[in-house]
Design a protein around this ligand. Structure first.
Ligand SMILES: [Zn+2]
Ligand SMILES: [Zn+2]
Length: 380
């Protein structure tokens, strides 16, 4: 999906079609804090659903949207990493029924475009369309947009049926919410994008939620050596608990430390920050012939330079990662099995719970490295 290209639809609002009032954390504009308001959801149309949000993670992408580093029409209700329960279905929906637990997909594949037909639903041309379509109105009957098409920092949302996947009843809502972004992005970056081979060395730069899930992915892939790097030493214990062999501080000694531990550099490096500087760092820490995977979402003004000679000399593969190349229908059953048998223990990632009135505090915790994932329970 391409968040840089979201063009808001300016519809004629018919207020009588917006009849479900819900409390929601609303972003008015990128210079103002997110605050709780009552908005009214549009009535469910054909092929649509109304979903109660049971748990939703606060992701770095929400923070980037709130501060204007990623494009999002406003006013908007952010939140995209979520699990909920279907309350109402529109005409023609037969994939789920009221009462079903569902995971929400921030890239909702259309199933018919060039990319979907190629088996690349994470690149769907229409995967981000909904973020530019009003789904609610505010107290003044003005349109409100769903962040990344989801809008889960609210008691309920309205989505198309292709934006949800059923979740088995034995999977906890908190775990299912985390599968909606961080886990499938980090694990998918390792297993589907870079395709890490068992026995190799892996370095993960940036230990936020997605970075820590990339560490988990490296462990699942059977990496022999997993190096976890961050500026924040408070992340060391958690990174090791999740499978890292070594934590390395992101300082002037990093390059030498990686050389000492790996010999030639890591077989695979993952930049889970997405800045020009961290892409360069991830590049320089990979061995000749290694793979560098950019997982973090950077800004369009983050320009990375490579000389033509170094591209030749180092013979590395540089690969971008969109949502861990998730194919929800095909991939999620495996994640559910991993959660059931204990292979995937997501409890350490959920560092706290809060309500939708606490979104700004959660953003501050993310910015200052105090939280990995705070799970909001909008109806709690
Ligand atoms: Zn996210
Ligand atoms: Zn498509």
């Amino acid at each position: 999906m391409d968040t840089a290209k979201v063009t808001p639809v300016q519809p004629t609002i018919e207020p009588e079609r917006y009849r479900t009032p819900v409390r929601a954390a609303v972003l008015r504009d990128t210079s103002a804090p997110v605050a709780v308001e009552t908005v009214r959801l549009r009535d469910v149309g054909p092929d649509e659903l109304r979903v109660r949000i049971d748990a939703t993670g606060v992701c770095h992408s929400d923070l980037s949207l709130a501060r204007g580093r990623l494009a999002q029409p406003t006013p908007a209700v952010l939140g995209h990493e979520a699990c909920g329960t279907v309350l109402e279905t529109g005409a023609g929906v037969d994939s789920v029924r009221p009462g079903d637990r569902v995971l929400l997909l921030w890239i909702s594949p259309c199933g018919n475009c060039f990319f979907c037909l190629q088996g690349e639903p994470h690149l769907c041309e229409h995967g981000a369309d909904r973020s530019g379509e009003p789904y609610a109105i505010d107290q003044h009957d003005q349109p409100v947009y769903p962040g990344l098409g989801i809008g889960s920092f609210a008691e309920q949302t309205v989505l198309r049926s292709n934006a949800v996947v059923p979740v088995p009843p034995d999977i906890p809502a908190a775990d299912a919410a985390l599968l909606g972004c961080a886990v499938t992005t980090g694990v998918g970056a390792v297993t589907k994008v870079a395709r890490v081979r068992a026995g190799s060395s892996v370095l993960v730069l940036g230990l936020g939620g997605v970075g820590l899930c990339t560490v988990i992915g490296a462990r699942l892939a059977g990496a022999r050596q997993i190096l976890a790097v961050d500026r924040n030493p408070a992340r060391a214990a958690l990174a090791v608990r999740l499978g890292a062999d070594e934590f390395l501080p992101a300082d002037d000694g990093l390059r030498r430390a990686v050389r000492t531990l790996t010999g030639h550099g890591a077989d695979y490096t993952f930049d889970c920050v997405g800045s020009a500087a961290t892409v360069r760092t991830a590049w320089s820490l990979a061995r000749r012939g290694g793979t560098v995977c950019v997982v973090g979402i950077g800004g369009k003004d983050e320009l990375v330079q490579f000389s033509a000679l170094e591209l030749f000399h180092f013979a590395r593969t540089l690969v971008g990662c969109v949502g861990g190349s998730l194919d929800a229908a095909a991939d999620l059953p495996r994640y559910f099995d991993w959660i059931r048998d204990g292979t995937l223990d997501l409890a350490p990632l959920a560092t706290g719970t809060a309500g939708i009135a606490d979104v700004e505090r959660c953003f501050a915790d993310l910015e200052q490295g105090r939280a990995v994932r705070t799970l909001l329970v909008p109806t709690g």
